[in-house]
Design a binder for this molecule. Structure first.
Ligand SMILES: Cc1cn([C@H]2C[C@H](O)[C@@H](COP(=O)(O)OP(=O)(O)OP(=O)(O)O)O2)c(=O)[nH]c1=O
Length: 193
């Protein structure tokens, strides 16, 4: 599959273990490179899915000077969007607890922006998933935060972890998008190249 990609050396520039896992499941040859530090700020005119799409392009631009001809770069960014506000990665235990209390009993959206870059062109897209959380008790929230330390995850949760098992009532859209990479949409976009 995806024989059209043989003309490219595919690079996933990401420090996220979930993105590596999902990319590996696609069955194409690729290498992982460390992403240089990226300033993840964005213009305050952006909303929802525009935000991670913008940041995915910023991540690509941070890596671009290292690129060679033939290389196809993949970068991505995930945010949780609750009541018109971004929940990024929590700064510590207290913020993680606060975020999960805010998500408890409500539905929110997860947006992942993906950017495909070569030395000649750049293309980006966003995928949205809706997630409905059941009511979470303080005991459940603290158990999860202390045991799983979700400080590396947008919105302070991993849908693929215990909190997703016990707390997520329903999802509309791609599960893998919530985990950090909309792999089905990425496959469709790669097929077009
Ligand atoms: C909402 C949610 C997020 N996440 C993860 C996916 C992303 O790795 C992380 C959001 O942070 P990002 O800034 O999107 O990515 P990152 O810093 O982990 O990796 P990169 O080097 O590519 O910039 O949250 C889950 O694993 N499960 C979930 O349910």
């Amino acid at each position: 599959m995806l024989d059209n990609l043989k003309k490219y050396d595919i690079i996933l520039a990401s420090n996220s273990p979930r993105r590596k896992e999902l990319m590996s499941g696609l069955g194409v040859d690729y290498v992982v490179r460390t992403l240089p530090d990226v300033n993840e700020s964005y213009p305050d005119t952006l909303v929802g899915g525009e935000i991670p799409e913008y940041i995915s392009r910023e991540k690509a631009d941070a890596y671009r000077s290292l690129m060679r001809p033939r290389e196809l770069l993949i970068t991505a960014d995930t945010i949780v969007w609750l009541n018109g506000k971004v929940l990024g990665k929590p700064s510590g235990r207290e913020e993680a607890i606060k975020m999960l209390r805010a998500l408890s009993g409500k539905s929110h959206q997860v947006f992942t922006g993906v950017c495909l870059t070569t030395t000649d062109w750049q293309k980006s897209f966003t995928v949205a998933s809706d997630v409905q959380f059941d009511d979470l008790s303080d005991e459940e929230i603290e158990y999860y935060v202390d045991r799983y330390r979700p400080m590396d995850k947008a919105g302070a949760y991993g849908v693929q972890e215990w909190i997703g098992y016990i707390g997520v009532k329903s999802i509309s859209g791609s599960f893998f998008n919530i985990m950090g990479l909309p792999i089905q949409k990425l496959y469709v976009e790669l097929k077009k190249l």
